[in-house]
Design a protein around this ligand. Structure first.
Ligand SMILES: [Zn+2]
Length: 509
C-alpha cells in the first residue's frame, strides 16, 4: 500500500498512513441544502467518492461522514424569503440531494448528520471553549472565537501573521467571509426575530441563538468519530478549495482548542473548481448546471463521472458540450465492451488475456496511488478495453482474471453506462408500410430483454418514418410509448438515433 496524497496542510504530496493501521476516518463537508446542488458541488463529491472507493479497494476499513448543512445564513435567508419554516424549506432539498447523489453513483456515507440534530453537541463544544477562555461573549450577545488565543490559526490557509494582527480584536459574524476579514469568528449567533420566525433558534446556557456554520462540522465530526471509534482526530478531511478559508481554518481552531490536540485532521485534501464554457458557474451568469438538468437531458451518470474524472481533482475542470459528447462516447464504448465481455467469458484465461489483466491492475493501481490520478487510471481502463476487444476479435479466450480486472476498475470508477444503448446510423431503419402507413409493433413491450430491444428499435423506426411524414404529434406519442417501457429515444445531431434502456438497468451496479 503506497497511496500518496497532496496534503494542503503541508503543501506536499505525502505517503498516506492512518493513525490506526487499516482504518480510516474520513469527513467530507456536505451540501448546504437551501437549493439543488450543482455540478460544481458534485465535482467535489465525486472526487471524494473516488477517494472513498479507492481507500476501500486498497483494503482499508473506512468510516465516512458527510454532513448536511440545514441551518446557516443561506438556509435561513432562503426559508424566510419563501415564508416557510427552516425544516419545510430544506427537507425537499435534502431528498433531492440524496436522489442526485444516488443517480451519479456516489456511495452513501456511513453517517449523514444534519446540523439541527446535533445542536446539544455544538452547545457543549462552545461551552468548553468559553470555559477555556478561547471564546467570549460579544456585546451583541453572540459567542466568538478569539483567534489571538490560538497561535496555530492560519496554518492551513497560510495566512500572513501580520494580516492577522491587523484584524485581531475585530469580529465577523457572517458564515462566509474573505481572507482579508480574518478576525474573530462567530460560534453562536444570538437569535434575531428572523431566526425565530423560521424556527432557527435554540436555548443555550450562553443565550438563545443558533450555531455558526463552522462549529457544525467540528461538533458533528468529533461527536461521530468519538462514538464510532473513540477517537478525536480525523485521518482525512476533504472539501472544495473554496472551503480552505475560512471554513476549514475555523474548524481546526475550534476543534483543536476543544480537544487539546495538535491536529483536527491529519490530511486535508481539497478539490479544484469547475468552469462551464470557460466561465465560472454562478447565478449572475445564469449558467448553473445541476445534476437533475443532466438527467433530464438523458445524460448517463457514467458519462458524467467519466467527464469529471478526466481531469485531475487538483486541476481546474472545463465543462463544455465537446467534453460531454466525448465522455458520452467514451462511456458508451466502455459499456459496449462490458456487454461483449459478459457474453464472451468462457473457461480459463488465455495467457495473453491474463497478462493484459495483470498489466492493467498494476498500471491502474499505480495511477490511483499517485494522488488519485484518475485521468491515468482512465487511460489504463481504455487500454484494457482496446486490448480486450483485440483479443476477442482474434478468438483468444478471455476468462475470470480478465473479468476481475474489469470489475476492479468498474468498482472504483463506475463510468460505464447503466443503460443499454443501441445506436442506429442515419437512414438505417427501414420500415414496412401498409397503405402508406408504417406497420407498428404491439404497444406493450415484450418481457424478454432481447425481444424488447427489437421492439424498441421497431418503434424507433416507425417514429423516424412518422417524423419524415411530418406527423410530429404521433412521433411524440411514440416517444412516450417507449418511455413508459423504460426506453429513451434520442435524435443525435449527426442524424443517427440512440435507443437507450434507461430503467430496470440490465447490468446491476
Ligand atoms: Zn464543513
Amino acid at each position: 500500500m503506497t497511496l500518496r496524497l497532496y496534503n494542503t496542510l503541508t503543501r506536499r504530496i505525502e505517503p498516506f498512513a492512518p493513525l490506526t493501521p487499516g482504518r480510516v476516518s474520513l469527513y467530507t463537508c456536505g451540501p448546504t441544502i437551501y437549493n439543488y446542488a450543482h455540478i460544481g458541488n458534485f465535482r467535489t463529491f465525486l472526487f471524494e467518492d473516488l477517494l472513498r472507493r479507492w481507500l476501500e479497494a486498497s483494503g482499508f476499513e473506512v468510516f465516512h461522514i458527510m454532513n448536511l448543512t440545514d441551518v446557516d445564513d443561506r438556509t435561513i435567508a432562503a426559508a424566510a424569503g419563501r415564508g416557510a419554516s427552516l425544516r419545510a424549506h430544506v427537507d425537499p432539498f435534502a431528498r433531492a440531494f440524496e436522489e442526485d447523489r444516488d443517480w451519479v453513483r456516489v456511495v452513501p456515507p456511513h453517517a449523514q448528520p444534519r446540523a439541527t440534530d446535533f445542536i446539544p453537541a455544538m452547545i457543549r463544544l462552545i461551552q468548553v471553549l468559553l470555559d477555556k477562555g478561547v471564546a467570549y461573549r460579544g456585546e451583541d450577545g453572540s459567542v466568538y472565537f478569539a483567534i489571538a488565543r490560538f497561535p496555530a490559526y492560519g496554518r492551513l490557509s497560510q495566512l500572513d501573521r501580520r494580516e492577522l494582527k491587523a484584524g485581531a480584536g475585530e469580529r465577523v459574524s457572517a458564515d462566509e467571509y474573505a481572507k482579508e476579514d480574518a478576525r474573530d469568528f462567530v460560534l453562536w449567533k444570538a437569535a434575531r426575530p428572523e431566526d425565530e420566525a423560521v424556527g432557527a433558534a435554540w436555548d443555550a446556557p450562553f443565550g438563545r441563538g443558533r450555531p455558526g456554520w463552522h462549529i457544525e462540522c467540528s461538533a458533528m465530526a468529533l461527536e461521530l468519530i468519538g462514538r464510532h471509534w473513540g477517537i478525536d482526530v480525523l485521518d482525512i478531511h476533504a472539501g472544495g478549495v473554496d472551503l480552505i478559508f475560512p471554513h476549514h481554518e475555523d474548524e481546526i481552531a475550534q476543534s483543536c482548542a476543544y480537544t487539546g490536540r495538535e491536529e483536527f485532521a491529519r490530511y486535508w485534501v481539497h478539490g479544484e473548481f469547475l468552469r462551464i464554457d470557460g466561465t465560472k458557474m454562478s447565478k449572475r451568469y445564469g449558467n448553473i448546471l445541476t445534476v437533475r438538468d443532466l438527467r433530464e437531458q438523458g445524460v448517463e451518470p457514467g458519462a458524467v463521472r467519466l467527464l469529471l474524472f478526466g481531469t485531475h481533482y487538483r486541476q481546474l475542470l472545463e465543462w463544455n458540450d465537446d467534453a460531454l459528447a466525448a465522455a458520452r462516447e467514451g462511456s458508451a464504448r466502455i459499456g459496449a465492451f462490458r456487454d461483449r465481455l459478459e457474453k464472451s467469458l468462457a473457461g480459463d484465461d488465455d495467457p495473453a488475456a491474463a497478462a493484459a489483466a495483470e498489466r492493467f491492475r498494476s498500471e491502474f493501481t499505480e495511477a490511483l496511488d499517485d494522488d488519485l490520478n484518475a485521468p491515468r487510471g482512465l487511460a489504463a481502463l481504455f487500454d484494457l478495453v482496446r486490448e480486450g476487444n483485440r483479443l476477442l476479435d482474434g478468438g483468444t479466450r478471455v476468462g475470470p482474471a480478465f473479468a476481475a480486472a474489469w470489475a476492479f476498475a468498474d468498482r472504483v470508477l463506475a463510468v460505464a453506462p447503466s443503460a443499454r444503448t443501441l445506436t442506429v446510423p442515419a437512414g438505417a431503419l427501414p420500415v414496412e408500410r401498409e397503405d402508406g402507413i408504417p406497420v407498428r409493433p404491439p404497444e406493450a413491450a415484450p418481457a424478454e430483454l432481447a425481444d424488447q430491444e427489437t421492439w424498441a428499435l421497431h418503434w424507433a423506426a416507425v417514429r423516424a418514418a412518422e417524423k419524415r411524414d411530418r406527423n410530429f404529434a404521433e412521433a411524440d406519442r411514440i416517444r412516450d410509448v417507449l418511455r413508459r417501457a423504460g426506453w429513451e429515444v434520442r435524435d443525435r445531431r449527426d442524424g443517427s438515433i440512440e435507443v437507450v434502456r434507461v430503467s430496470g438497468s440490465v447490468v446491476a451496479h
